[in-house]
Ligand binder design. Structure first.
Ligand code: AMP
Length: 280
């Protein structure tokens, strides 16, 4: 496995890799969720590139950029074991040199949910992902369903800007009790980790109601809120039952709708989601 920092060097090494090329962008502190995306890429593609970059422009001024967990040696071990060909580790100065002034804004899909709580977040995400795509030029790029709105934003950007690649979405990987794997879970105490299972419990409570015939968006949102309210260590920031592509809130729910939420457990902000189907 090779590692590289500079963009010109990345382009040279990338040109030597056999196609099709799969690409998994990450912010590092890797866990089994990230590795599941690498495994999908390995299944589909002759070569796999992973980037590790904690992108400063997608963090708000009061968010956890400085505290965001980092462990590059452990990440490289996991990626080598997973059979990755090339890891790109750009610095903030490489990605945003002095005078940088071009931004990608996906206007509507970036607005609700995470976008409403995290001003500028998706502008940072879409800009850095466009830059990563331009440098790596993958045939397929892999994103986790864990970040459902990010998937919607990137898919819209790929359509609108004609990136010649396919987005592949990998299922959310979870701990035994349903907590979605996340680098941010490392902020949680043992007690908070237990409380954090409430996100999946709330999503499942709404799913069960849907499978039993409930079709009211208001009712499903209320079920999620009530489940979270019953967990003393958790506080809901938003709950949503929306169209999975436009992310507009729905009144009448049908298969394919996206249930999602952001919940504080202590100071840690966690997100989770699932797509409804009426199958039991
Ligand atoms: P991050 O390092 O948090 O930016 O995540 C990098 C990629 O891994 C994104 O596409 C995430 O959606 C994906 N990812 C993060 N957590 C999970 C998970 N638990 N299951 C599947 N994919 C995930």
């Amino acid at each position: 496995m090779q590692t590289v920092e500079e963009i010109t060097e990345l382009r040279q090494l990338r040109a030597q890799l056999a196609g099709p090329l799969g690409f998994v962008p990450t912010m590092g502190y890797l866990h089994a969720g990230h590795i599941s995306l690498v495994e999908l890429a390995k299944r589909d593609c002759a070569s796999v590139v992973v980037s590790i970059f904690v992108n400063p422009t997608q963090f708000g001024p009061s968010e956890d950029l400085a505290a965001y967990p980092r462990d590059i040696p452990a990440d490289l071990k996991l990626l080598a074991a997973a059979g990755v060909d090339l890891v790109w580790l750009p610095t903030p100065e490489i990605m945003y040199p002095p005078g940088f002034q071009t931004w990608v804004e996906v206007e509507q899909v970036s607005q609700p949910l995470e976008g409403a709580q995290r001003a500028g977040h998706f502008r940072g995400v879409s800009t850095v992902v466009a830059k990563l795509f331009n440098a790596v030029t993958p045939d397929k790029a892999y994103f986790g369903q864990k970040d459902a709105q990010q998937v919607a934003v990137i898919q819209q950007m790929v359509r609108d800007l004609n990136f010649p690649l396919e987005i592949v979405v990998g299922a959310t990987q979870r701990e035994a009790e349903g907590l979605a794997m996340s680098s941010r879970n490392s902020y949680l105490s043992a007690e908070q980790r237990q409380a954090a299972t409430v996100l999946y419990r709330a999503l499942n409570a709404a799913r069960e109601a849907y499978v039993a015939g409930e079709r009211s968006g208001n009712r499903l949102r209320a079920i999620m809120r009530e489940t979270i309210a019953a967990e003393p260590l958790a506080e809901a920031q938003y709950v949503s039952c929306a169209d999975r592509a436009s992310l507009e809130e729905l009144d009448e729910i049908t298969d394919g709708a996206l249930l999602s939420m952001a919940v504080y457990v202590g100071k840690t902000r966690l997100i989770d989601n699932l797509i409804l189907t009426s199958e039991k």
